[in-house]
Design a protein around this ligand. Sequence first.
Ligand code: SME
Length: 164
Amino acid sequence: MVEFSTQGLADKKEIYEQILSQVEHLFDESDNQLSGLSNFTALIKQALGYVSWVGFYIYDGSRLYLGPFQGKVACTSIAIGKGVCGTSAEKRETVIVPDVDKFPGHIACDSASRSEIVLPVVLQDGSLYGVLDLDSTEYNSFDDTDAEYLSKLVEILTKKVIKL
Ligand code: SME
């Protein structure tokens, strides 16, 4: 069982360092992929208090469909190039949105969402697995620190959980 004591930590860097130090113990290489991804979303939601929704959208060769997540009920399918998730998948770039109302084409799954970050999940053979999406009900919740640490975590996932 992974336990977090995020209270009293000075900033998100410290929380991410704690997540990184624990994450290796979370995954058992014999685990089912969906089990690993599901626990990963729980870990992020548990550790990062400013995250209201976290989950994966998985690429099926034509669209992104809803995968393991924590948070409110969400859209089940997103076209490549649409919304923040589809844009990140199409460009294979991390997209930080400080204010969702200023992102043209933002898909509002949760009307309380104010900011978000989406990272592409690209496998070791270069193929697109999907995206990792984090939402917050506050503006400006995500910054370069989130991008840096989440990309390290995605890299660990592609080595230990999402096997080719
Ligand atoms: N806002 C996302 C859609 C997914 S939900 O936030 C869970 C987007 O614009 O792609």
